[in-house]
Design a protein around this ligand. Structure first.
Ligand code: ZN
Length: 221
């Protein structure tokens, strides 16, 4: 999960749809703006170029009982169906970090080690309910095994993450070992931008190995 810059002005259809009995919060202007603002990535698993997409409400509206939340632009998040289902659990209600307002990388460590995703919270956030709950949710978006379908969906995400990180490791090695390191530096800059797939993981890896790659510091701040 990385920080998202949400366009402040809500898409026009939201105000119109809000006045209808069963108005829609998924009109094309909303989807297009979310797709753009969220860099075409699920805000939870960071899978990119989603073919299947849903609009997720960060704060639940309980079957439209809290109408304000249904159409509140700041409550709408770009999400893949898998993560939306994982999040749809009472224990996460009102307890997930708003990545449009705070930078999740300040509180969460996105680790990939021995074929597994491990999301940990840093020391200053140990007692923070929302941070802990967000870490648990992210962990479950990659590692929940409670149904067969969920297991496969998690497996696919972990596989893609692993491919992405393998490319990162190779590029880092080339960057270190080649005299003409410029093309690799450019590639790394792209891989470490928040727009990149699984950026929380690529950025975390480089941040935790920054002594080996001090030239990359400005890209992971
Ligand atoms: Zn997802």
């Amino acid at each position: 999960m990385v920080k998202i810059n949400r366009t402040p002005i809500p898409p026009a259809s939201l105000a119109i749809e809000k006045e209808k009995v069963n108005g829609s919060y998924t009109n094309l202007d909303v989807i297009n703006q979310l797709k753009h603002d969220f860099n075409d990535k699920c805000y939870l698993c960071e899978l990119k170029d989603l073919t299947d997409v849903e609009v997720e409400h960060l704060l639940p509206h309980y079957n439209r009982k809290i109408k304000e939340r249904v159409f509140d632009w700041n409550n709408l998040f770009y999400c893949c169906p898998h993560c939306n289902r994982v999040k749809n659990n009472r224990k996460y209600d009102e307890k997930i970090l708003d990545c449009c307002k705070v930078d999740p990388e300040k509180f969460l460590n996105h680790i990939y080690r021995d074929g597994k995703v491990i999301i940990t919270v840093n020391n200053i956030s140990n007692d923070d309910d929302i941070i802990n709950s967000t870490a648990d949710l992210l962990q479950n978006c990659f590692e929940s095994k409670n149904t067969g379908i969920r297991t496969i969906q998690c497996y696919q995400r972990v596989k893609r993450l692993e491919e992405t990180l393998n490319t990162l490791y190779k590029t880092l090695e080339n960057f270190k070992n080649n005299k003409n390191s410029m093309p690799y530096l450019r590639a790394l800059k792209a891989m470490l931008s928040r727009e990149y797939k699984f950026a929380a993981f690529t950025r975390y890896y480089v941040r935790s190995h920054i002594n080996e790659y001090p030239e990359l510091k400005e890209f992971v701040l």
